[in-house]
Design a protein around this ligand. Structure first.
Ligand SMILES: [Zn+2]
Length: 108
């Protein structure tokens, strides 16, 4: 947990967000600048800076996030119409918040 990290603050409940799912390993909430009718962020509870900082012990976390993306797509009613699951990595890859997160985007 990092005190200055906005996603850690959301996970700790110190900053508001429209949370759609939460368990002991991850939190999912609506992106405040949505790029599509459905735009969720799936964020691990563990502060991992970017995909580059993922370690072997994080395998379960990242796998869980992918399964959760599938389940949330189903819940949001976009699994049949289609969606994207994105990981932006470092500045050149479009990462803005340096706490690993997965975008679930769809609803077109
Ligand atoms: Zn963080």
């Amino acid at each position: 947990m990092e005190t200055s990290c906005v996603f850690c603050q959301i996970i700790r409940g110190e900053k508001p967000a429209e949370i759609v799912y939460r368990d002991e390993t991850m939190t999912a909430f609506k992106d405040i600048h949505p790029h599509a009718p459905v735009h969720l962020l799936i964020v691990p509870r563990k502060h991992i800076r970017s995909l580059n900082d993922l370690t072997e012990e994080d395998q379960g976390i990242i796998a869980g996030m992918i399964f959760k993306a599938r389940d949330l797509a189903r819940e949001m009613g976009i699994s049949k119409s289609g969606y994207k699951v994105l990981l932006n990595v470092e500045r050149g890859g479009g990462q803005v918040i340096f706490h690993l997160h997965m975008h679930l985007i769809g609803g077109w």
